[in-house]
Every structure is written in C-alpha cells, then in structure tokens.
Design a protein around this ligand. Structure first.
Ligand code: BES
Ligand code: ZN
Ligand code: ZN
Length: 518
C-alpha cells in the first residue's frame, strides 16, 4: 500500500516569479492580506512587479463584497500579473483565529483549486500574530495535505479526470532569516511524516475487509518494523501462542472466521533511552470486520464495519510516525486483530470465556466483541509491558455515536491529568475529545450472575459501561485512558480536511501527545 502523498512540497521566499495560483488570508476589517513581510531593500522593485496583484486584492476588499468572515473564499484574476489566480480566504476576527481554522481554510482553498484544475498551488503563511511561523506552517500544511487525500485504488478510467494538485509551495515572508527558514524546513519534514501516517490510517480503514485481514495487519506491522532495525521490535502471536497465553477472548471472537486471529506487539526504544520499559503503550481495536457474529447486525450499513479496525490503524500509524520522528519516549503498540463472523466455530451468546487475566466474561451479545478482545490485549500490555501510560483507541460503541456524533470522540480514564493531556493534544490537532466519567457507580450494569463480568451493560450509559468493562482488565493501572472513536473514525460526509470515509482520527493527537510527554 502506498501511503505517500504524491504531492511535492516546497518552501520558498521567491515571490517574483510566475505562479498558477496563490492563496492569501485576510482578516475582517483589514485592507491587505496578512503573512506578507517583504524586505526593505527589495520592496520597491517587488512593489512594481506585484502591484497588479495587490491592487486587485485591495480594490476587491475595498468594495466590501467580501466580508472576510471565516470560511468565505473568492478567486480573483488579476490582469497582467505574475500570479494567474489569487485566492482570497476570509480568516474572520484576528483574536478568534486558531490552528483548526487555518486547517479548514487551507482545505477550502484546496477544494477551490481542485475545482479549477490547477496543478500547482502556492500558500502564503497567513495566520494571527499569536501564531508562530511554525504553527502556521503546520496548520496550513495539514489542512492542505489532508484535504488532498483520495482513496481511489479501485477506480479506473481516470483519463478524463481533472488534473490533481501535484505541487504545493509555501511562500514564506522574505523577512524570515535563513535560520528561520531552516527551522521551517525541519518542521515541514515532521509534518510530512505525520500526514503520511494519517494517510496510512485512512488507507487501511478504507480498504475492504477482504484485503485488511488480521494477517494483513500482522504483515504490515512486520514490514514496517523492518524499516527500523535499530529501534523497533516486532512480535505476533498466532492461534497457538494465543492459546499458550490464555488469550481466550481473542480466540473466541476470532473463532468464527477462517482468517485466524492474532496479537501484534510492537516495541520502540529511543536510541538514547535510559530505561527500556515502555513509557506509553498504545492499544488499538483491530476488528477487521464486525458482522456482529451470531448476534448478527442488520444488513443495512453493515459494510461500514470494515472500519472496525480504525483504532488499530490509528495506533499503528502513530507508533510508526513516532519511530520515524525518533520521539524520546519508549513506546509499545498492541493490536488484537480478529474478524467477527458467525459460523459453526463462532462464539455464542451464553458462552463464558476465561480471559488471559483469569477473569471470566459472560457473553450476552457477540456483537460486543471489541471489549472482549481488548480485555486480553489490555491485560497483556499492562502486565507484560508495564507502561507508565496505557491508552487504547477503539470503535467500541454505537452509544458513542449516539452521544457525540462524528465531531467528538469520548475519553474516559483512571487519571484526570492524562485525560486532560489527551484532550489538550486533541484541541491542538483538531481531534476533539470529550471526557465522560469512568465511575464505578455504573459498574452494577456489567455485573454477571454467573461470571466475573458480562459483556453488555444495558440500555443506558453504553460508552461508560464499555469503558468500565475494559478497566477490569488493566490490573488497577492508574494512568489508563480509553478513547472511543466509533463516531469519528469513519465519516459519512466530508468535514473540511477530513474526507468522507476513514478519517485517521487520533493519529495526530497521539503523535502530539507523545512529542510532549515529560
Ligand atoms: N463496532 C461496534 C461499534 C460501532 C457501532 C462502531 C457503530 C461504529 C459505528 C461494536 O462492536 C458494537 O457492535 N457494539 C455494540 C455493543 C452492544 C451490543 C452492547 C453497540 O454499540 O451496539
Ligand atoms: Zn460489534
Ligand atoms: Zn465492533
């Protein structure tokens, strides 16, 4: 699978040359775009060369047709100018501009440029005075790169399709010093790694379950691990080893499919690590297809359940992005990979499973399978890897979709500080989390008459009872957080730079969290 962006990115300070399309940002009430910054020595010469462009923009803004409200966008065609097209984007009020608005603005510009069929686009470094050049670059880069994502390996007949944007350039203020430009180049490399990780997560989420099987996840993880012989180790447990480890939850859920289940364990050790225990273990739900099993789902929209491995996709993407970036924290990634199908070897409602932790689970609905496989994976991560922080991502409950829709994921944790750090990382990256209580008062709902715990929690508080179930298996870990991405992992309609389909939700948030730890 090719996860590269297939777009050339460049940084330049060369304003005086012909350009296909240049994107500017304007604040409400201002007469000229922001993010310019020409050098004194050259300003005069440039003023002459760029006069047609800026006078066109000034005249247009003076007309007040364009309010510069956030989300407004216009294309101007200056005559006899170096730039063929000028895209003016409204940024709203200066005090209200944040990174997410920059990303959304870049995405709007990309949509406009794509409609025009231009192959090259130049973005000026627009933003608020409070936003550093780095922050602006990251946000505009992410907005543009992530909006340019397409999932089309199965579409042919692209001959008459409009040309794609193949070159994106960032037109930096001239007043930036060579050192500042170098720092921005480094930032751009980091941003590219992160964007490719999001592409990776989106790609494997969008691929059908006939392609993304547990074995596919194993082979993908193994192949990627080989790229980091010094820092990343790979293990995968198949049916036999899962049996030896008493991972009967994973075996039970995976039992209905000929595609055998697996547990993937990746570990990353920074080159300069003092200790080797992972500081962070990321666990991701890897249900390659969730038919519901014997408790079969309705056929309408069942196809969407190819995305039930989006948690696995996100943690694997974040893990390898962190390895590429060489983050300073030891890291692990644990993925239980299964296919939940009905069949003569499938697990049944009424079955009682002895999980790897020794706790028994009464299965009352085979469609609540995520928590059953995560029980074993979380137990393994907590007891074998002993991380300081334990975080899982899972498309776990329909209740999460009902509660928060597609704009927020739910976060529940045993440590308020950890929940806060994750939430803050999400605010920065535009992957919003909302905390729900992981309070034992709800525990009654998952008490079983005949086993230690049951796998459904009744009609109410479904996100919380699912999380409380998971908490049973982390061995009292006091820095554990669960993120339910059921509503945010796969979108039924585009949200700016997040296209319809797999969103890659959580990847940037996790990388941001990992970069800022300690
Ligand atoms: N994978 C689903 C949750 C889901 C639903 C994700 C909709 C994305 C969109 C999960 O395995 C599931 O089926 N959960 C059940 C649990 C119930 C039977 C207790 C649910 O939420 O309906
Ligand atoms: Zn299910
Ligand atoms: Zn599921």
């Amino acid at each position: 699978m090719d996860n590269s962006l297939k777009i050339q990115f460049a940084l330049t300070q060369k304003w005086i040359e012909p350009k296909d399309a240049v994107v500017f940002g304007v604040f409400q009430g201002e007469e000229i775009p922001c993010g310019l910054g020409f050098k004194k020595e050259t300003a005069e010469k440039e003023a002459v060369q760029l006069f047609p462009v800026f006078s066109k923009i000034k005249k247009y803004l003076a007309l007040k047709d364009f309010s510069a409200e956030f989300g407004k966008i216009a294309t101007l065609y200056p005559e006899d100018a170096l730039y063929k097209r000028v895209i003016v984007c409204g940024l709203g009020k200066k005090e209200e501009l944040d990174a997410e608005k920059l990303r959304q603005t870049a995405a709007l510009a990309v949509a406009a440029l794509e409609a025009m069929g231009t192959a090259r686009a130049s973005f000026t470094l627009f933003g608020a005075p409070s936003q550093s050049a780095q922050d602006r670059l990251t946000a505009i880069f992410e907005g543009a790169a992530l909006a340019l994502y397409k999932f089309d390996p199965y579409k042919k007949g692209k001959e008459d399709a409009p040309a794609r944007i193949s070159d994106v350039e960032f037109l930096l203020p001239e007043i930036l010093s060579p050192e500042q430009v170098d720092a921005l180049k480094k930032e751009e490399l980091r941003d590219l790694v992160v964007a490719e990780a999001v592409y990776f997560a989106r790609n494997i989420t969008n691929q059908p379950a006939s392609v993304v099987t547990p074995k596919f996840l194993v082979q993908t993880a193994q192949a990627l691990a080989k790229q980091f012989p010094e820092t990343v180790s790979f293990r995968a447990f198949g049916k036999k080893e899962l049996g030896d480890l008493n991972m009967n939850g994973i075996l039970a859920v995976g039992g209905g499919s000929n595609n055998e289940p697996a547990l993937i364990v990746l570990e990353y050790k920074p080159v300069s690590a003092q200790e080797s225990a992972p500081s962070v273990a990321l666990v991701g739900k890897g249900v390659c297809f969730d038919s519901g099993g014997i408790s079969l789902k309705p056929s309408e929209n069942m196809d969407e359940m190819k995305m039930d491995m989006a948690g696995a996709a996100a943690v694997m993407a974040a893990f390898f992005a962190a390895a590429r970036l060489g983050v300073s924290v030891p890291l692990a990634c644990v993925i239980p990979a299964v296919e939940n199908l009905p069949g003569s070897t499938a697990y049944r409602p009424g079955d009682i499973i002895k999980s790897a932790s020794g706790k028994t689970i009464e299965v009352l609905n085979t469609d609540a399978e995520g928590r059953v496989i995560l029980a074993d994976a979380l137990h393994f991560a907590a007891s074998q890897l002993k991380p300081a922080y334990l975080i899982d991502l899972a498309t776990l409950t329909g209740a999460c979709v009902a509660a928060l829709g597609s704009h927020y994921a739910a976060v529940l944790g045993t440590d308020d500080e950890l929940v806060r750090s994750l939430t803050e990382a999400g605010i920065k990256t535009g992957e919003k989390l909302w905390a729900l209580p992981l309070d034992d008062v709800y525990k009654k709902q998952i008490e079983s008459d005949i086993a230690d715990v049951k796998n459904i929690g009744g009609k109410t508080a479904g996100v919380i009872t699912a999380a409380l179930f998971l908490k049973e298996f982390v061995g009292g870990h006091n820095k554990y957080a669960h993120i339910d991405i059921a509503g945010t992992a796969m979108l039924s309609e585009k949200q700016g730079y997040k296209p319809k389909g797999g969103s890659g939700f959580g990847v940037r948030l996790l990388v941001e969290f990992l970069e800022n730890i300690r």
